[in-house]
Design a protein around this ligand. Sequence first.
Ligand SMILES: Nc1ncnc2c1ncn2[C@@H]1O[C@H](COP(=O)(O)OP(=O)(O)OP(=O)(O)O)[C@@H](O)[C@H]1O
Length: 279
Amino acid sequence: MTPTISVRGLRKSYRDVHAVDGVNLTIDQGEVFALLGPNGAGKTTTVEILEGHRRRDAGEVAVLGDDPGTAGRVWRSRIGIVLQTATDAAELTVAETVRHFATYYPNPSNVDDVIDACGLTEKAGSRIRSLSGGQRRRLDVALGIVGNPELVFLDEPTTGFDPEARRQFWALVEKLAADGTTILLTTHYLDEAEALAGRLAVIARGRIVAEGKPSTLGGRASADAVVSWTDETGPHEVDTADPQRVIADLSARGVVMSGLRVSRPTLEEIYLDLIGDAA
Ligand SMILES: Nc1ncnc2c1ncn2[C@@H]1O[C@H](COP(=O)(O)OP(=O)(O)OP(=O)(O)O)[C@@H](O)[C@H]1O
């Protein structure tokens, strides 16, 4: 099967800044893929090249089988882009705006369904200028998906959302993914990447420094575990590759443990290590 996104040797510089410095990526149909990285790492540049919004200096790029640098309107109608604040039509209502955007596409989704999926039903008749920041962001998402796209780009979609709105948004992404939509997400929230992405890549200084599943990224699954517990002699902590063995030995010696915990590095710890190494 042809991948939905295929990138080989992608490069882009701005004067002497190598914003994207040899990126390779393959994303298959139906995947939710997250791109993580610190400010200035090259995420937006990469994504905008894939969207056909920025020219590249070098590399092979195919998105839905076409080169985004030269692809036309039909191709564009197959992708959904959630821009940071896509509309300034402050006097239009939510429903009017979504309905208007739907007319740009040959095969749009039902406008009411999209408004509902984005949690905006109560605001459907409200003018955009009266929306809160988080509600405007949901409208951006609604405008990005109303064309019923095969591939959706979500650039830091939940920035400014309250925790409940983030959860609702995650449920929406899960629903899109369950319907077979391919999703490329950039985010600074590691819990978001972990909750949503089947695979992710960490980009630093224009290069991918690690790629994999959230559970195994950067050797996470095979990293040493920390076993901690308290017994009659006080609190203890042991780094080990084999936590089961440590616990079995303690039990066999009759040690009475309380507060027993086994922890592996979090995705955040792995991520900070990875970008620290790349600095
Ligand atoms: N239009 C531009 N002109 C000059 N330099 C640019 C331009 N756009 C981006 N850059 C530079 O390219 C590098 C990568 O920027 P990019 O916006 O791709 O990073 P990012 O990973 O999306 O960062 P953030 O997390 O802050 O959004 C940065 O050093 C940035 O200053």
